[in-house]
Design a protein around this ligand. Structure first.
Ligand SMILES: Cc1ncc(COP(=O)(O)O)c(C=O)c1O
Length: 477
């Protein structure tokens, strides 16, 4: 990518800097605010900043103030400038190379992986599925679109959630990850622009990268989407495809409201983009509140592809996911998949069909268990790490905590020695080095284990702030 290709205009930058900047001298406050936006991935690296005069007008300050702020950014390694070409965001040099990744061992409390234990009823579903297998054994067992009974059960669940859907619109995959990878393959050509949230689900980032896409990110603040930034991203980059997680976003936990969903679809239509909506955790609402209908209710021209998963509601070991799309796109998905894999296992599809017939009970149980765990980790964090900030998620499996200093990678290292494994923020960013202010903590374990995990984290945190940052390592989640 050539430097300065992405732009941010003065008006939007001034809004992101915000009115809360009251440190003096003001130019340092502006410099710090912009560097914070870069570190948090809300302004991607290699974004061209507005001309000094333009930002000065938007901020209602003198041009000298902006000149000084840009100089401060340059001196602190956040800005590169070339005469005539402008100034664009960069990250300060992070020093020497990488060492082996940190992977938790059996004694560690792993807060990095956001996957719950199997839902109650799995064993019974396996028994029922085994009984039914005989009927299927007369056939070849390759259900190219998925077993008809499972497609039916998934479609019915969308209808219950307010989205009219027929079984012909469902394509069954081996997990949501396969669905995401197939959609990247089908909807983006190498070199196409793919718009993703930052932070986002790392394995989706990997799938887009593997496709050879040009990644563009839109920063998601912890409290939810900044719709001006979302609109600006669609208009500026005209992506072929956007990948979004509107329901309990991974990792922020944010829930997109209905107006925002509608706006996303309308911006995508204007830009000519397809939208992949990852609903892997959409059925994991914790607080009873109005969860909007799936984003695809606003879709009028089959540009939205909704990805679902059995992993979080039922069990990851089932390896069943799906895509909801128009029937012609379902046919195309089937041919795309055949390059890699032919169909999903029959037994597991039968199990998921059984479990979906009891989805309301399973949902209610998951919600109770997650509520208890989320409240336990939130309490422990408030007690032991009162200067960490977080928005209590209203659903999903993870809490996104903001640290007072950008030390997430270093904290990950120290935590390893204390036997606890948080997922450091940079794992969820497209550009190495951003999001060092954050860690993601999965609350899938019991309140007692979570309390112990936070106690260890607090010790690791105290140790980390007391010593200089170590060499960055590869990150694991
Ligand atoms: C947003 C998101 N998408 C996809 C997946 C992968 O799901 P599956 O296990 O069904 O492949 C996950 C699992 O963590 C996820 O959080």
């Amino acid at each position: 990518m050539s430097a300065g290709e992405r732009r941010i205009n003065g008006h939007l930058l001034a809004r992101l800097i915000g009115a809360s900047v009251n440190e003096r001298p003001y130019y340092i406050a502006v410099g710090r605010a912009i560097s914070g936006l870069v570190l948090d991935g809300r302004i991607p690296t290699h974004t061209r900043l507005p001309a000094e005069r333009e930002l000065a007008t938007a901020l209602r300050v003198s041009r000298n103030t902006v000149t000084a702020a840009y100089t401060w950014l340059r001196e602190n390694g956040f800005l590169d400038s070339r005469k005539g070409a402008g100034s664009w965001t960069v990250l300060p040099d992070t020093g020497p190379g990488r060492s082996a990744p940190l992977v938790p061992n059996a004694e560690h409390i792993d807060l990095g992986v956001a996957a719950p234990l199997a839902a109650e009823g799995l064993r019974e579903a396996a028994r029922l599925a085994a009984d039914q297998l005989t009927a299927h054994m007369g056939g070849l067992g390759y259900a190219l679109y998925g077993l008809p009974e499972l497609r039916h059960a998934i479609a019915r669940r969308y209808v219950e959630r307010g989205l009219p859907t027929t079984p012909e619109q469902i394509f069954v995959t081996n997990g949501a990850q396969q669905a995401v990878a197939l959609l990247m393959e089908m909807l983006a050509e190498p070199g196409d622009t793919v718009l993703m949230e930052s932070p986002t689900y790392p394995h989706a980032l990997a799938a887009a990268r593997h496709r050879g896409a040009r990644l563009r990110t839109v920063g998601i603040p912890p409290e939810g989407w900044d719709m001006d930034s979302v609109a600006d991203s669609f208009r500026q980059w005209k992506p072929a495809l956007a990948y979004l997680i509107p329901d309990f976003q991974n990792p922020t936990g944010a829930l997109m409201d209905d107006d925002e969903r509608k706006a996303v679809v309308s911006e995508a239509r204007r830009a000519g983009a397809s939208v992949v909506v990852d609903e892997s955790v959409a059925e994991l609402a914790i607080d009873s509140g109005d969860q909007p209908a799936p984003l695809a209710v606003h879709d009028r021209d089959s540009r939205v592809f909704t990805v679902g998963s059995a992993a979080k509601l039922l069990w990851g070991g089932l390896r069943i996911g799906w895509v909801r799309a128009s029937p012609p796109m379902v046919a195309e998905l089937m041919t795309t998949r055949q390059r890699f894999d032919l169909a999903s296992p029959v037994l597991e599809q039968l199990m998921v069909t059984h479990l979906l017939s009891d989805v309301l009970r399973i949902r209610a149980e998951r919600s109770r268990e997650l509520c208890r765990n989320r409240d336990a980790i939130a309490r422990a964090l408030r007690d032991r790490l009162p200067d960490w900030r977080f928005t209590r998620p209203s659903g999903g499996l993870v809490l996104w905590a903001a640290l007072p200093q950008p030390i997430a990678t270093a904290l990950g290292e120290t935590s390893h020695r204390h036997g606890v494994h948080p997922a450091p923020g940079p794992v969820f960013g497209a550009g190495g080095g951003t999001l060092e202010h954050y860690v993601r903590l999965a609350y899938t374990q019991s309140p007692e284990v979570l309390a112990d995990a936070v106690r260890r984290l607090a010790e690791a945190y105290a140790e980390t702030v007391a010593k200089p940052a170590p060499t960055p390592r590869d990150l694991y989640v």
